[in-house]
Design a protein around this ligand. Structure first.
Ligand SMILES: [Zn+2]
Length: 153
């Protein structure tokens, strides 16, 4: 059995276990907060995403003060430039469960290797241009020499 994770609230200083997201400062309706954590996401092509993850926590139905049933949408995560930061332990817990485990270092390395690839492609293009210019110059010289030879004949 997996070890039950214990969290430390940064608001009320209490220790609490996964699933017990509310009860901050003794108020049953207030959620605990924890140290912010950043998640990273890259597309299949290695680009930072603007991925939106819906319903991280389940939809909830509650009865409001007027006796009406209200549906509270699940929490969501919105990545921007491949990063998403939250101090909500319920979201953190579920992001990890859903496999968002890329570290800052992996994220940076993936982007650097992308830049490197782009750099190599640029260098190759430059080399190709240089070679083409050289070939064109040689051809022009050859033509010039030919026409000179003709004129001399
Ligand atoms: Zn708390």
């Amino acid at each position: 059995m997996a070890e039950v994770q214990t969290w430390k609230c940064t608001t009320c200083d209490a220790d609490f276990k996964s699933g017990h997201w509310k009860g901050c400062g003794g108020d049953a309706e207030v959620e605990h907060r924890v140290a912010p954590k950043t998640y990273y996401n890259l597309s299949d092509g290695g680009l930072p995403t603007a991925l939106k993850v819906n319903n991280i926590s389940p939809l909830r139905q509650t009865v409001n003060a007027k006796g009406m049933t209200v549906t509270i949408p699940g929490k969501k995560a919105q990545f921007l430039n491949g990063t998403f930061t939250t101090d909500d332990p319920e979201i953190q817990f579920n992001m990890e469960k859903r496999g968002f485990t890329m570290t800052a270092e992996q994220f940076r390395e993936a982007q650097e290797s992308d830049k490197e690839k782009a750099g190599h492609a640029k260098a190759e293009l430059q080399e190709e241009r240089t070679l083409r210019h050289k070939a064109e110059r040689e051809l022009a010289e050859l033509k010039a020499a030919k026409s000179k030879a003709k004129a001399a004949a």
